[in-house]
Design a protein around this ligand. Structure first.
Ligand code: FES
Length: 240
């Protein structure tokens, strides 16, 4: 196009009045232009042929019309709240699972929990005898009391006791006494069926316990401790 323009150019005369009164002729004069050499120093592109994609299929109906009121804000807010709520619930669930697994890793293992309880067959303990078991690293006394011992312990007045407890408060079944075999003075292990009261005797400093495990004489301040136990079935006691 630049070359064609360079080949020809036209000069048009104008109508005007001159001093001699002669009117100039308005005749177009064709002038042959001299060929020139065109040097392109830059190239400009109009970019008018680029195809713009149509995204109408992806637009919501509300935004296709420029003069329509945008009433979809509530819908978008509901979606946003739903996403935030879902993320919050998921995060809370994951956090709970992590905390639970962390705490459970610090709790006792199954074998340790199994050691926490001890099952004792009562038929193995003859009447009048006290048998010592090891439970949680301590001696455990299980005594099969005779009717005479039961009657004697039930008749003791709590007014005469240093650590007042009736026999009924210390046993679930009068025939069976279950106590921890640790002297409440300084922690020695008392001897069964010994002492002035026929129950337990601690030789370390001379504490005497009766057949209900109550301190009756000596320096020990408290009765022998009664652990938690139960009789799940006839002839069986579970301690712990
Ligand atoms: S430890 Fe038993 S009387 Fe001192």
């Amino acid at each position: 196009m630049i070359g064609n323009l360079a080949k020809l150019s036209y000069v048009r005369g104008v109508s005007q009045t001159v001093a001699s009164g002669i009117k100039a002729a308005a005749v177009p004069v064709k002038v042959e232009a001299k060929p020139t050499v065109a040097v392109a120093t830059q190239v400009r592109l109009a970019h008018t042929d680029i195809h713009v994609p149509d995204f109408s299929d992806y637009r919501r109906d509300q935004v296709k019309r420029p003069n329509a009121k945008n009433d979809s804000a509530d819908d978008r807010a509901a979606f946003t709240y739903l996403m935030v709520g879902g993320a919050t619930v998921t995060t809370a669930y994951v956090a709970k699972a992590m905390v639970s697994s962390f705490i459970s890793s610090m709790s006792a293992s199954a074998d340790v929990l199994a050691m926490a309880k001890i099952e004792i067959k009562l038929s193995d303990i003859p009447e009048g005898k006290s048998v010592t078991f090891k439970w949680r690293g301590k001696p455990l006394f299980v005594r099969h009391r005779t009717p005479t011992e039961i009657a004697a312990e039930e008749s003791v007045s709590t007014a005469a006791l240093r650590d007042p407890q009736t026999d009924g408060e210390r046993v679930k079944d009068p025939k069976w006494l279950v106590v921890i075999g640790v002297c409440t003075h300084l922690g020695c292990v008392p001897i069964a069926n010994a002492g002035d009261f026929g129950g337990y005797y601690c030789p370390c400093h001379g504490s005497h316990y009766d057949a209900s495990g109550r301190i009756r004489k000596g320096p020990a301040p408290l009765n022998l401790e009664v652990p938690f136990y139960e009789f799940p079935e006839e002839g069986l006691v579970v301690v712990g």
